[in-house]
Design a protein around this ligand. Structure first.
Ligand code: DGT
Ligand code: CA
Ligand code: CA
Length: 364
């Protein structure tokens, strides 16, 4: 018996679909969204691609040069630089719609969320199926975006289900069907099982979840340690007790401190600035967030505020870059600074998930 109904919603080919939304002519073309590196030219990686481009073998994480060579015969192939602020806008709008349909809403990242809908569906799967369809319709009508939804009695099965039929999927797994749904899937369909874990399991001839289920917990313990084994063992059985935990998207991290004295001296302010940067940076690392915008904030001796910020070329998780950018902003801000600075702050925003987080070791 299930005592919960949980939805997992994942936006399809998210960044590339955002580009289609702003320019519908792209919908019939292979579209790849690129993160160009600082080295110039075509150096950098593909963030994501629409399903037409994927047919030609374009994948997330692939060097832009490879993707271009795969599509070199295709004259209407489009390569666009990533525009994170715009993707965040679209994401916020879609999240807002979802929030209104959840008892508990858990934001996971720009393109996915969990919704506990137990109460509003009276714990009834038929109602939950309707609700899922209603959410999909509303996101399509209001934002022109498709998403894929998984419906089940817990987070892990819903996450696997949302990924089962893509794009524009709706997969509902009632508790009595969990076992037969999971059995034929690959072990790598379990969230968190990355290349390394998959390879270890393959070595002992485990390819499907059904095969994985035949292995006892002690064997798994020896291979992966207790914490990961227990996770794998339960996942293979569709067991997951983790509650949907209320979480709203974090828009920014910031920290502000009161200085020992009011000052307009670069050296004095710069040394405090370094520490504040390190503090904010620590929060970003803890939360596995890259940032693309850096800002500084003054509260002046008359208690009025002043801010200055800068958009970086690419999302980063570099302390050096944070310090360098904040220092530049400080220098610029001090050019015409007459009032003393009483409090000094640093803010990072345009946050995005650090990629490659999908392996089990990073997962825990
Ligand atoms: P799908 O499979 O239809 O859900 O496609 P996406 O593109 O939505 O894929 P998903 O949900 O795995 O990732 C969401 C966004 O995260 C995606 O639009 C771009 C970004 N992303 C995913 N993988 C990578 C990667 O390897 N590198 C970079 N830079 N970004 C990535
Ligand atoms: Ca997605
Ligand atoms: Ca996703």
């Amino acid at each position: 018996m299930s005592d919960r109904i949980v939805l997992h919603v994942d936006f399809d080919y998210f960044y590339a679909q955002c580009e289609e939304i702003r320019n519908p002519n792209l919908r019939t073309k292979p579209v790849s969204v690129c993160i160009f590196s600082d080295r110039g030219g075509d150096s950098g990686a593909i963030a994501t691609a629409n399903y037409i481009a994927r047919k030609y073998g374009v994948k997330s994480g692939m060097p832009i040069k490879f993707a271009k060579s795969r599509l070199k015969q295709i004259s209407d192939a489009v390569f666009l630089p990533a525009d994170f602020p715009y993707y965040s806008d679209i994401s916020e709008k879609a999240m807002e719609i979802m929030k209104n349909h959840a008892d508990v809403f858990e934001y996971v990242g720009r393109d996915e969320a969990y919704l506990d809908v137990t109460k509003r569906t009276q714990n009834n799967f038929k109602n939950a199926g309707h609700l899922a369809q209603q959410i999909k319709n509303q996101i399509r009508n209001e934002i022109k975006m498709t998403c894929s939804v998984g419906v089940s009695s817990n987070k892990i099965v819903s996450k696997i289900a949302s990924n089962h039929k893509k794009p524009d999927g709706l997969t509902m797994i009632e508790p009595q069907n969990t076992e037969s749904f999971l059995a034929p899937l690959k072990v790598s369909d379990i969230p968190g099982i990355g290349k390394v874990t998959e390879e270890k399991l393959r070595e002992i001839n485990l390819n499907t979840i059904e095969e994985l289920r035949k292995v006892d917990i002690f064997t798994l313990n020896k291979m992966f340690g207790r914490k990961i084994s227990l996770y794998i063992y339960n996942a293979a059985r569709g067991i997951d007790e983790e509650p949907v935990a209320e979480k709203q998207p974090t828009i920014q991290y910031s920290r502000i401190v009161t200085l020992k004295k009011d000052s307009t001296e670069l050296d004095f302010l710069a040394s405090s600035l370094e520490e504040i940067c390190a503090d904010v940076y620590e929060t970003a690392v803890k939360n596995k967030k890259m940032f693309k915008s850096v800002g500084i904030q003054f509260i002046q001796s008359d208690l009025t505020g002043k801010t200055k910020s800068k958009m970086l070329k690419n999302p980063t998780l570099s302390l050096e870059e944070l310090k360098k950018t904040a220092h530049q902003l400080l220098e610029e801000a001090l050019i015409d600074q007459t009032l003393g600075v009483r409090r000094l702050g640093v803010k990072i925003s345009e946050l995005s998930d650090l990629q490659g987080q999908s392996s089990l070791t990073n997962f825990f």
